[in-house]
Design a protein around this ligand. Sequence first.
Ligand code: ATP
Ligand code: MG
Length: 143
Amino acid sequence: MATERTLSIIKPDGVQKNLIGEVYRRFEATGLEVVAARMMRLRQDQAEQFYAVHKERPFYADLVRYMTSGPVVVQVLEGEGAINKNRELMGATDPKKAAAGTIRADFADSIEENVVHGSDGPDTAAQEIAFFFSGAEICPRTR
Ligand code: ATP
Ligand code: MG
């Protein structure tokens, strides 16, 4: 399997619950490398643009409100099959359907407030990484 990069976000509820270290521990335990990271508060226009694919969905306005409700931590993860590895760590969107031991099964309160985001494919990963980070901000390992 090829080395990939994926975009991950610890959402406002994950930061509120003090789970930054726990989520990073899971990335590292599964061999994913954090190669870029930033804490920030999303502006409304950023959240709208980031989730534009869901614009027509009934939960869009709530989703934007939730994603701007507090700080988030945004990171690029690198590793073999990083996109799927991260999706496996996260678990299903709805925590009630998420496999035991996944981040969402362990910590999420609802289908909306589900602690983490992860890119769902190579095209969205490239797009989402470029949304948050310039090339110079990505720091692959040199040792
Ligand atoms: P993400 O894109 O955040 O990684 P995902 O790919 O598992 O999550 P999507 O279908 O892309 O799920 O939905 C994006 C986000 O919108 C979800 O993570 C969740 O916060 C919210 N969401 C999705 N479905 C619903 C719903 N039915 N009701 C409320 N919020 C929802
Ligand atoms: Mg998604």
